[in-house]
Ligand binder design. Structure first.
Ligand SMILES: Nc1ncnc2c1ncn2[C@@H]1O[C@H](COP(=O)(O)OP(=O)(O)OP(=O)(O)O)[C@@H](O)[C@H]1O
Ligand SMILES: [Mg+2]
Length: 589
């Protein structure tokens, strides 16, 4: 390949002007300076170009060379990504740390994947077979949980002219030779390259009709997200964005988790790494890392690589989707990513739009979230990428551009609330401002898999919370005492819902993850008490008599008392409700 040779003319932070050559195209990858820093073309003139560099440019000087690589910024995809931790341009952080200490050595163009490790590979084709894009030619167990399926890359087809026997191979060895119609020979290996800014192709987009089950009650019942959907978690400082993302990474029923720490504190990533390594997957009892990939571009790392990291994460997610897996991509935080865009845009001297963000902020966000989806893969399987983006608006002000634009492209919105977090109501998802536009599409799934009672209970719970908020307005003005008894009951039940159901303690062994059937049982018990109590107050018996039995307090604690595998304990609560209602009825006979 002919390389485009340029010379550095000027440097402004991560933005480098190169001159005196020709041949660079937009998005081409460039090796910059004597150390060969990694960069990407973001602007071209006749004999000059602007390059954004993904590494620290300190020490870079005008006059040094810049060499185009003749291809867009791409990453290597293959076995060994799971359990790994990468930087924003998919360099392996553990290897880098071993080689150069905690500070990333520059120009260290390390391969993403271990080149030596041998994978126990099965070949699925024979000489003479005709292969089309998306067809599987080889597979290897990547971890005990995940079979890595190697598929013919998009745009490539032909006849198999050579194939190795089953055995142990590393990612660089040729397994299959594919000869196309023009006689061109293409080696197929365990690993392949893909340009990060190009969405990986699929056969078809399918409707989103099943939830990503998270085990978090307020999410699964009130504001569910579909597999292949997109959600945003906006919230002020310390409201629980990272915690919520971690909970979903640990407990959601995705096959693969891609966790992207974008511009956040380095110690949070270390913590994630440690926690995920210790935790076991609830279904398989395997370490969670066996289905997890971490991408870290923390606040101390170069800003341009942060811009790229979301595409790196998305490309990896799509790659596993194409194998027929359900992938969840968590990005924490997209605001830090947008700030990287803003910084680079400023250095490029582009015209700023709202709050200094570039005018293309909205289209970039759209491009990112549109890569989520439930798809039919080229191979004909079903796979999905669900995207969950944290947003950290300055001062918790949701009217700022990143939150507002994100809202346009996601259909689930979990708005975290400062007041709730302050009151230690976690998760601090505000039930009045949050929404899920998937709820109706998912109803048939809930009806079939949990029972029609699930959705009807959800409606009643949501309705009671809504009524509470209306009554609160009155209570604020004139106090709770003058409310009629049936409205007092609404307030009391809503309080039980908030404390006993919506609040969920991530640190509590039993409460941290709750399966759907248990969520339903909890809702049903709360509603059973409500209906029984309504009957009592309708007969002019004061609610205080029922409260005096302690049944409301008792139900508020059931979340800590009933283990997921001992749900028969709910029967005791069921009996306790009957008993409390009976006592009050008896006393008023
Ligand atoms: N579900 C939960 N259960 C228990 N505690 C929680 C929960 N969610 C959040 N917290 C508490 O809130 C604290 C702050 O949460 P977290 O770090 O996730 O906030 P954040 O929104 O990511 O903050 P920042 O803006 O600094 O990134 C946690 O350390 C934890 O103590
Ligand atoms: Mg955080």
């Amino acid at each position: 390949m002919k390389q485009a040779q340029y010379t550095i003319h000027g440097i402004n932070g991560p933005v480098v002007k190169v001159v005196g050559g020709k041949g660079l195209a937009m998005m081409d990858m460039v090796s910059v300076g004597d150390e060969g820093l990694i960069g990407e073309v973001v602007g071209v003139d006749l004999d000059a170009a602007t390059v954004q560099v993904y590494e620290d440019t300190a020490g870079l000087k005008p006059g040094q060379p810049a060499v185009g690589q003749g291809a867009p910024m791409a990453i290597t995809l293959g076995p060994g990504m799971l359990t790994n931790i990468f930087d924003g341009i998919a360099r392996p952080l553990k290897v880098i740390e071993e080689k150069s200490g905690p500070f990333i050595a520059r120009g260290l163009n390390l391969p993403s994947l271990d080149q030596e490790k041998k994978w126990d590979t099965t070949l699925h084709v024979k000489v003479g077979d005709t292969l089309a894009p998306g067809q599987m030619y080889a597979s290897c167990p990547e971890t005990p949980l995940i079979l890595h399926r190697c598929l013919v890359p998009a745009g490539l087809s032909g006849k198999v002219t050579r194939v190795v026997p089953d055995g142990a191979y590393n990612v660089t060895e040729t397994l299959v030779e594919l000869t196309d119609d023009h006689g061109g020979v293409h080696p197929l290996r365990l690993a392949q390259e893909w340009p990060i800014r190009t969405p990986r192709p699929m056969a078809d987009r399918l409707p989103i009709d099943r939830p990503l089950v998270t085990g978090q009650r307020i999410i699964d019942t009130l504001f569910p997200i579909g597999k292949g959907g997109a959600a945003a978690i906006p919230g002020p400082f310390g409201a629980g964005k990272t915690m919520t993302q971690h909970q979903l990474a640990k407990w959601s029923d995705a096959d693969i988790i891609v966790y992207l720490g974008c511009g956040e504190r380095g110690n949070e990533m270390t913590q994630a790494l440690e926690e995920f390594s210790e935790l076991l997957d609830p279904k398989s009892q395997q370490p969670l890392m066996n289905r997890t990939i971490l991408i870290a571009n923390t606040s101390n790392m170069p800003v341009a690589a942060r811009e790229a990291s979301v595409y790196t994460g998305m490309t990896i997610a799509e790659y596993y989707r194409d194998m027929g897996y359900h992938v969840a991509l968590m990005a924490d935080s997209t605001s830090r990513w947008a700030e990287a865009l803003r910084e680079i845009s400023g250095r490029l001297e582009e015209m700023p739009a709202e709050e200094g963000f570039p005018a293309y902020l909205a289209s970039r966000l759209a491009e990112f979230y549109e890569r989520a989806g439930y798809v039919k893969t080229l191979e004909g399987k079903e796979g999905s990428v669900t995207v969950i983006g944290a947003v950290s608006p300055q001062g918790g002000d949701f009217s700022e551009p990143v939150t507002q634009n994100t809202k346009r492209y996601v259909r689930t919105f979990w708005g975290l609330d400062r007041a709730l977090a302050y009151a230690r109501h976690f998760p601090s998802i505000n039930w009045l401002t949050s929404y899920s536009e998937y709820a109706d599409d998912l109803k048939p799934w809930y009806d079939e898999h949990v029972g029609p009672e699930f959705v009807s209970s959800r409606h009643q719970i949501a309705h009671l919370l809504q009524k509470e908020s209306e009554l609160m307005e009155i209570v604020k003005l004139i106090g709770a005492d003058i409310l009629p008894e049936d409205q007092k009951l609404v307030m009391e039940t809503a309080r039980l819902i908030r404390v006993g159901f919506l609040q969920q303690n991530a640190y509590h062994a039993i409460d941290t993850y709750v399966p759907l059937d248990k969520q339903l049982r909890m809702m049903e018990l709360i509603l059973k008490l409500y209906h029984g109590a309504r009957d009592i107050v309708s007969r002019a018996i004061p609610l205080s008599q029922l409260k005096a039995t302690g049944i409301f307090e008792s139900l508020a604690k059931m979340k800590y008392e009933v283990p997921n595998d001992h749900q028969e304990k709910f029967d005791e609560y069921d009996k306790a409700i009957d008993e409390a209602l009976r006592q009050v009825n008896e006393a008023n006979r």
